[in-house]
Design a protein around this ligand. Structure first.
Ligand code: BGC
Length: 382
């Protein structure tokens, strides 16, 4: 088949029920290719569907993926869905109808895209699940992310280190017996990552909760009780306010497990409004994730203890590499083929490593690597 013709003929191929390029099986060529052939990059559009611009990380992700693909000559259709599930679904439908060849998707609700993905598969479009695993569909070809369970372990461990329960080398500090008052927050339940972060964090916190070193004043430890709908800052702030006003006024909070910077910000606002950080009332140990620039400032200001740095540049590079592989008929290399079962299949994955950042290593991790400039860190603004 003439490649250029094939590119514009996806809709027609669909209508005719042609499936020579479809199915998404391992090694099958992307739509618009003959077996073993590749379309010229300039003839290929890659659809990039990002969830929201409310957190710096997704803006960086979108920009990095777009710039990297454009550097290779591909066209890119980058869309943000404002955390609205129907918006994301319709953006994907448009991308499919426009004949995009690969879709890179950071989903809002990981279970809400099955019908779009079925259409994509029928059109021979490869689907890369970006950072968040898309669930309940066989039509997800690859997953690029971080080791999300480990991110949770890092959050739980840094909370314990900040409280002094663990020493910097991970050993137990026998003189810090507690009890420490800690409240727990989790992410959005429709995001597959939320459970991984929670499970990872609880794997290290639970033994200390069980033996009473850590007390949860609200008693809320179940993920369903502590989840934050759509990772919203204001939802987290309101829950923190409620927790503070409904607990015994004599209780001083020592720590908060916050699974992402976007949540930490709400938690920190509520704590500040309640008088923590002034009048001799020490700020609790608050965790986070993403190294958002505002939160790096909060870390330097002593309001947030830690964040988890996930280098979005590397994640973008990985997504670009996988896209390039699919578009040249190659099967991308996975480094994990067992942990990410989406309820329909185990999705081959490439997982990257993350780093705990506290005040001590902001410079060496975030500035020296060129992720931020020192001026951005000082201002707390990009
Ligand atoms: C991502 C986190 C992010 C969160 C909220 C998760 O899926 O892995 O990096 O903080 O979504 O946007």
């Amino acid at each position: 088949m003439n490649k250029r013709f094939a590119l514009v003929a996806v809709g027609a191929a669909l209508a005719l029920g042609l499936s020579a390029c479809g199915g998404g099986g391992a090694g099958s060529p992307a739509a618009g290719e003959t077996s073993g052939g590749t379309a010229a990059p300039a003839d290929v559009t890659v659809g990039v569907a990002m969830p929201t611009q409310t957190s710096q990380r997704w803006i960086d992700d979108g920009n990095n993926v777009k710039a990297g693909l454009e550097k290779l000559g591909y066209k890119v259709d980058l869309q943000y869905a404002n955390d609205d599930i129907p918006t994301q679904a319709s953006q994907l439908t448009t991308m499919i109808n426009n004949g995009d060849k690969v879709l890179i998707i950071a989903s809002i609700d990981g279970t809400a895209l099955s019908s779009q993905l079925a259409d994509a598969a029928a059109a021979g479009i490869k689907v890369i699940s970006y950072d968040r695993l898309i669930r309940g569909s066989a039509n997800v070809d690859f997953y690029v992310s971080f080791d999300n369970f480990k991110v949770g372990v890092q959050q739980g461990t840094s909370l314990l280190t900040g409280l002094g329960v663990l020493n910097a080398d991970g050993s137990e500090n026998a003189s810090a017996a507690g009890p420490f008052n800690v409240e727990l927050f989790a992410g959005s339940l429709d995001d597959n990552n939320a459970k991984f972060f929670y499970d990872g964090a609880m794997s290290v916190l639970k033994p200390y909760i069980d033996k009473g070193t850590i007390k949860i004043p609200s008693g809320q430890t179940d993920i369903n009780q502590i989840a934050t709908q759509q990772w919203k800052t204001d939802v987290a702030q309101r829950r923190m306010e409620t927790l503070l006003t409904s607990s015994d006024a004599n209780i001083t909070l020592n720590g908060v497990l916050a699974p992402a910077d976007i949540i930490s910000r709400g938690v920190i606002t509520a704590l500040t409004n309640a008088g923590y950080g002034s009048g001799g009332k020490a700020f609790p140990i608050v965790t986070g994730q993403d190294a958002d620039i505002d939160n790096v400032k909060l870390i330097n200001d002593g309001k947030q203890y830690s964040t988890i740095f996930k280098d979005t540049r590397k994640l973008a590079d990985e997504a670009i590499k996988v896209t390039g592989d699919y578009l040249s008929g190659k099967e991308p290399e996975a480094n994990n083929t067992k942990d990410y079962d989406n309820g329909n299949k185990v999705v081959p994955s490439y997982l990257l490593e993350s780093t705990v950042v506290t005040k001590d290593n902001v410079k060496s991790v975030l500035v020296d690597s060129g992720y931020y400039t020192q001026a951005q860190v000082d201002k707390g603004q990009k």
